[in-house]
Write a protein that binds this ligand. Structure first.
Ligand SMILES: *Cc1c(COP(=O)(O)O)cnc(C)c1O
Length: 466
């Protein structure tokens, strides 16, 4: 379902209304009292997770693969959100997990994801992570010939055979510290031949920064050639992993163009400037971007056709795109300070900007938050700060077009925060506890059910049929 957005205000300070999924719309309007009572009961900030939206996003990707006739599998890039309710859904959806640490791997296994559906990435992996991967048949992306050689030795000592991908560093990524260039890749391939008793080369991978579909398709075509070459050497290579980086649309295109054209440093507290922003209005988000990658043709043959003809399996590792609209974050307003001489206010919330990670990457999470509550004062421009003693702890440097002056106890809702915003930077700074997550579901009678999302589980997992 296409998310809806409120109409644009006509004048005044720049605004950027966030798209809202129908369920998010319902929760933030008719269910606002429920949200406020959860926030009061469980503490601020509070992350609301919507695993049913995650599920729908995964199915949309799978549908795109089916329509293109491509044998493919999704691995959820777990680092994008730690919530248990997400990884728990993966086995039922046929989703694997992309993990880069022992706790991420253990969480995936504990949720019932088969080891063979778990991909391990990251540079120079911890020996404990490699040993667990060997015991559970995980697919490990090797980042250098040295790492590959060490892994072969570990496999020999544990009497296991290692399933590996070779991670390529495309020429367009000269500054990346990940992956192997063409020379290193050739060395790694030779090692796979030499140590074939310990190493089972399954294929190749890459992970690009940026959101260019054509560049991904080109890289994938190069790796199809690499697979053919490896098969010529007698290696069982049948897998191509194009990584993640599928874009998300947070706001309408027109709203984004208008915002970018209008905003200037004076719209931000302290005249703050930024080097750049996430492209909040992607023209081909998620599955549409996958469709563009698969239908990109070279020499008259689309990538989808080449994969079919060569009998290759495609792996994708979306993080952010699987989390589109799958959660949002509530912050309770703690205090409001007017700065009449400067024409705006400072809202301080209970919580810190560590719960909105974009703020710690030299950038700003731009979609407008919603205000639940407010006085009868009329429009009120305000920046939003965290309750720490850091001047840099700002949730919104931008002077937001709030509909009215907030009151202590009101709630600000930052929308669409499940992808990376919630928990990648959270810390117990000031000895505060880490914020909680609640998983919310619509049940068969259209009622709502919630539970705390905690590890270890506070409620038993779904019943097993024995
Ligand atoms: C972070 C990461 C991803 C996920 O990227 P998104 O932009 O969230 O889709 C996938 N693969 C690897 C190897 C990563 O490091």
């Amino acid at each position: 379902m296409r998310p809806s957005t409120p109409p644009l205000p006509k004048a005044g300070i720049p605004s950027l209304p966030a798209l809202r999924h129908a369920l998010v719309q319902r929760l933030t309007t008719e269910q606002a009292p429920l949200l406020r009572s959860l926030l009061d009961g469980l503490g601020s900030p509070l992350h609301l997770m919507l695993p049913q939206v995650f599920e729908a996003n995964a199915r949309a990707f799978q549908q795109t693969l089916r329509e293109a006739g491509v044998d493919g599998q999704l691995l959820f890039a777990k680092k994008a959100n730690k919530a248990r309710c997400l990884v728990e859904r993966c086995p039922g959806l046929g989703l694997g997990v992309d993990a880069a640490s022992v706790p991420e791997l253990v969480a995936a296994l504990a949720a019932g994801v088969p080891g063979a559906h778990i991909g391990i990435s990251g540079p120079a992996k911890h020996p404990a992570l490699l040993a667990l991967s060997l015991h559970h048949d995980c697919l490990v992306a090797m980042d250098s010939p040295e790492e590959l050689l060490d892994y072969a030795a570990l496999a020999q000592s544990l009497q296991r055979r290692a399933r590996v991908l070779l991670r390529w560093r495309p020429p367009s990524q000269p500054r990346s510290r990940f992956g192997m260039d063409d020379t290193e890749l050739a060395q790694a391939l030779a090692l796979c031949v030499e140590h074939r008793a310990q190493l089972q080369l399954q294929g190749f991978s890459f992970h690009l920064s940026g959101y260019d579909a054509v560049e991904r398709a080109r890289c994938a075509q190069r790796l199809v050639e690499r697979c053919t070459e490896a098969r010529g050497l007698g290696l069982p290579c049948d897998t191509l992993d194009i990584g993640g980086g599928f874009a998300v649309r947070y706001v309408e295109e027109a709203a984004w163009q208008d915002f970018i054209a209008r905003q200037s440093p004076q719209d931000y507290h302290a005249g703050k400037t930024f080097e750049g922003f996430y492209p909040y209005a992607s023209a081909s988000p998620g599955p549409q971007m996958l469709e563009r990658i698969l239908s990109h043709a070279e020499g008259g043959r689309t990538l989808a056709r080449r994969l079919r003809e060569e009998g290759l399996r495609l792996l994708l590792e979306p993080g952010r795109a699987l989390l589109d609209q799958a959660g949002f974050t509530l912050f309770r307003v703690q205090g409001v300070k007017d700065r009449p001489a400067e024409g705006y206010g400072l809202v301080t919330v209970e919580g810190m900007s560590f719960s909105l990670s974009e703020q710690w990457f030299n950038s700003e999470f731009l979609p407008d938050p919603l205000l639940l509550g407010g006085s009868a004062s009329g429009p009120y421009p305000a920046a939003v700060a965290g309750a720490s003693c850091l001047d840099s702890d700002m949730l919104s440097w931008r002077k937001l077009p709030l509909p009215s002056r907030p009151k202590p106890g009101d709630a600000l809702v930052y929308l669409n925060t499940a992808g990376y915003q919630m928990d990648s930077n959270e810390s117990p700074f000031h000895e505060l506890p880490l914020p909680r997550k609640v998983s919310l579901e619509v049940d068969a009678n259209s009622g709502l059910r919630w539970r705390l999302d905690e590890v270890p589980p506070v409620t038993p997992p779904l019943p097993l049929s024995l």
